[in-house]
Design a protein around this ligand. Structure first.
Ligand code: ADE
Length: 451
């Protein structure tokens, strides 16, 4: 790649002789040249600027000087090989605080160009006709900004562009692997890095990185990257398409308050249900219950169950008794899209079929964990389930949480197993008078103090 930098401060770019960029120049990967704009002035004072038309502070760089400079530099041959210059891609890049934000995607795109000419303005910038002229003439012109702050000139922004682009050139990086996982290329920030010494000023390297469990390390890093992005760059999270995240990442993101969606993650609240929400939760319950029923179950049985067990009144009653019925909801925008219902076994004890074996009599019963179909795969269900577990743990009312799920619903069983549940038996679960076979699963609670 050839890069030409045009500036009134050529010395500014001596920094590019250092380090990798200098070496890339020596190896022939990069042909970098710096030009003094004043070389194209024609007056005695070598002036490059003048007062702005329309008045205002500062000086504007003159288009005639820039025009002469850029005509000449843009006409230079970016390649040694004559035959291939025909289709060469040349880009005129103009750093300006009013340009489009420079992104990794833009750097990746520009790394594919053959010739980059960077016009560094000073003062109040370059007369707008310069960019307009070359664009009208069919040139590729990029006006870019390196951030929402104002520098004295474009030189620092030109250095930034050169560094961002050249490190992406084939053969530039000693270890191209490090380009793969880094910040921004995946739309999320990079996880924190640690090296020796293991203990430094009382601060330890996170334990998980010291063991050889590569799966655990990968998961930990993914979670920390998500945490950072949520905290520091919610704008990136809200632009992140779900397809870039695996199931575990989506669940972690949901636990941090964002529901993964194809158009970008959406703010998500997982919270206790309010007493006045019974009709909305009942409607959600009636929408979602059929999703987990086996195909063999007659529609009338499902309808009967929804009418009797999932009525507005039954949710009204449960919400009026939070000591026994814990209901959490997942809310995206104004919509309730998921809920859990956990029953703390009071004097009535657990429902039929759940008692005995490995199950403690005082176990909490996770009766429902449902998410609207449109949000399946978003991570909401996992985050809701974990919140429900924490909620029961906080009450200190139980040492276990137990649930039943249809024997045919292997997707649900895998989901619960991933969340620390293991099989404790079977039960018969009656839906609208029809008997269904359930698998019973149990998970130990950690902070519980049995009542
Ligand atoms: N010139 C002055 N400020 C700049 C910025 N933030 N980005 C690019 N070029 C600039």
């Amino acid at each position: 790649m050839r890069i030409d930098l045009v500036t009134i401060f050529p010395q500014y770019f001596t920094a590019l002789d250092l380090s990798l960029i200098g070496r890339a120049g020596q190896s022939g990967l990069l042909d970098l040249r710096v030009h003094d704009l004043r070389g194209w002035t024609t007056d005695r004072h070598h002036s490059v600027d003048d007062a702005p038309y329309g008045g205002g502070a500062g000086m504007v760089m003159r288009p005639d000087v820039w025009g002469r400079a850029l005509d000449e530099v843009l006409a230079q041959d970016p390649r040694v090989d004559e035959a291939s210059t025909l289709g060469a891609r040349r880009v005129l890049a103009i750093p300006t605080p009013s340009g489009s934000p420079l992104t990794q995607a833009m750097a990746e795109d520009l790394a594919g160009a053959d010739h980059l000419v960077v016009a560094c303005g000073r003062y109040e910038g370059i007369d707008q006709r310069v960019a307009d002229y070359y664009r009208d003439a069919g040139r590729e012109v990029v006006e870019y900004s390196i951030g929402d702050y104002v520098l004295n000139g474009g030189e620092a922004a030109a250095l930034v562009l050169v560094e961002a682009v050249t490190r992406l050139l084939d053969g530039f990086m000693g270890n191209p692997e490090s380009l793969v996982e880094e910040s921004h290329s995946a739309g999320i920030l990079e996880y924190p890095a640690y090296t020796r010494p293991r203990s430094w000023r009382g601060l330890e390297v996170p334990e998980v990185l010291l063991g050889g469990d590569h799966g655990a390390i990968r998961r930990w890093r993914q979670e920390r990257a998500i945490d950072r992005t949520v905290e520091r760059r919610p704008d990136l999270v809200e632009a992140l398409p779900a397809r870039l995240l695996d199931g575990a990442a989506r669940e972690h993101l949901a636990s941090r308050g964002y529901a993964a969606a194809e158009t970008g993650a959406r703010p998500l609240a997982i919270r206790p249900a309010r007493p006045d929400e019974a009709p909305r939760i009942a409607a959600l319950a009636r929408r979602t219950f059929p999703l987990a029923c086996p195909d063999s179950l007659p529609a009338e049985a499902i309808e009967d169950f929804c009418r009797t067990e999932l009525s507005d009144e039954s949710f009204d009653q449960m919400l009026a008794d939070p000591a026994a019925h814990r209901i959490l909801v997942a809310q995206v925008d104004a919509d309730l899209v998921g809920y859990t219902l956990t029953v703390l076994s009071g004097p009535r004890g657990l429902p039929d079929g759940l008692v005995g074996g490995r199950i403690a009599p005082g176990a909490a019963y996770l009766s429902k964990c449902y998410v609207d179909e449109a949000w399946h795969g978003s991570g909401i269900a996992g985050a809701l389930l974990e919140e429900a577990v924490v909620d029961v743990e906080r009450t200190g009312a139980a040492s276990q949480i137990v649930l039943g799920t249809n024997e045919a619903n292997t997707r649900a069983q895998r989901f619960y197993r991933r969340h620390g549940f293991s099989r404790a038996g079977r039960r018969v679960f009656v839906v609208g008078g029809v008997e269904n076979r359930d698998v019973v699963l149990v998970r130990k609670l950690t902070t519980a103090v049995p009542r």
